[in-house]
Write a protein that binds this ligand. Structure first.
Ligand code: NDP
Length: 314
């Protein structure tokens, strides 16, 4: 076990975490970043990112996160692989336990940038067929469904992006959308509409999944609760969830105040949480925007807030 100390510990390695890393290292706070279960965050499972400023031709998610890391490392950010298992918030410096290397880190300030994880519908069958056809990451698992029919659940930008990606591999892509419209941006809606391999099933929900060992299909209902209610099956080998995300806060064990949606609450015009010297940035604290660029912006703000906190409290 090793004992380390830092003026600023950053938890999470997405755009918010690495941007906080760039700012805090340039401010000589000798920051340490814990990279978590999915180093690089959710963008490492995305295909093309076309809306992050500074990349006129677009960039892949993994490449962009490599660039973030390289930029932060250049200024001295120390990145540690592992997951935070517990934090003693009773006094400063806060004592943070990290599994993997078994580190204990004394942190004067903490920036929580742990992002969010994919949500599931809550059907028992999702667990039954997880890894046997059910997935929440098209870019990770789409390859296994080449020339086979698949379904994507959801009507947001993620669902559209996944459907378009899968259409490049699969024989057919159903989008299962519970409302009569797509919530996604007009641009993504158009791309879905223009893709002949994608069929959007509006007003449709999933009742159950079936298959002997591997997934073979989904049992759906359209117009649920109306006089036109209609149950039917689609034959699909892959079933991809794209219905939003839940913030990753379990490791905080209730110590940091959350809102009713489970996102970390921050003070108005600040990234400060209810615990002095603890700040939050990115999707874990943002139920509204959830963009790479807004997460990066919030990471910058958290770093500046931490720096000011240290000046005022030392
Ligand atoms: P969203 O919350 O935007 O969309 C979730 C979708 O899943 C909605 O269509 C929602 O339906 C549906 N849904 C939620 N729960 C259920 C359920 N239980 N059963 C069936 N359907 C359900 O999440 P996204 O992950 O798509 O996007 C999150 C944010 O990230 C957004 O701000 C989005 O713009 C952004 N984003 C941007 C991208 C880009 O610009 N390239 C790419 C990906 C995401 P309903 O509409 O009925 O609520």
């Amino acid at each position: 076990m090793s004992e380390l100390a830092t003026k600023c510990l950053i938890i999470g390695s997405g755009p918010a975490g690495y941007t906080a890393g760039i700012y805090t290292s340039r401010a000589n706070l000798n920051p340490i970043l814990i990279d978590g279960v999915q180093p690089g965050g959710q963008l490492t499972t995305t295909t093309d990112v076309e809306n992050f400023p500074g990349y006129p031709d677009g960039v892949t998610g993994p490449k962009m996160m490599e660039d973030f890391k390289a930029q932060a490392t250049r200024f001295g950010l120390l990145t540690i692989s592992g997951e935070v298992t517990s934090i003693d918030f009773s006094k400063r410096p806060y004592m943070v336990k990290v599994n993997g290397g078994g580190h204990v880190i004394a942190a004067d300030t903490i920036i929580i940038a742990t992002g969010a994880a994919a949500r599931y519908l809550g059907l028992d069958d999702e667990q039954k067929y997880l890894g046997m056809g059910v997935s929440a990451c098209a870019t990770c698992d789409g390859f296994f469904f080449r020339k086979r029919p698949v379904a994507v659940v959801g009507g947001g930008d993620t669902a559209c992006e996944e459907a378009i990606y899968l259409a490049g591999l699969a024989s057919k892509v159903y989008m299962i959308v519970r409302k009569d419209y797509l919530r996604a941006s007009k641009y993504m809606q158009q791309k879905v509409h223009d893709n002949p391999k994608i069929e959007v099933l509006f007003n449709t929900q999933t009742m159950s999944l079936f298959g002997t060992d591997m997934l073979e299909g989904a049992h759906l209902v359209s117009n649920k609760g109306t006089e036109n209610e209609n149950e039917f099956d689609i034959a699909v080998d892959g079933f991809f969830l794209a219905i939003g995300h839940s913030p990753n806060t379990a490791f905080l064990d209730g110590a940091v105040e959350l809102d009713e949606g489970g996102y970390i609450k921050t003070a108005p015009h600040s990234t400060a949480t209810n615990i002095p010297g603890v700040f939050a940035a990115g999707d874990v604290a943002d139920p509204v925007y959830q963009q790479a660029v807004s997460a990066a912006g919030m990471g910058c703000r958290a770093a500046l807030d931490a720096e000011r906190f240290l000046i005022e409290n030392e």
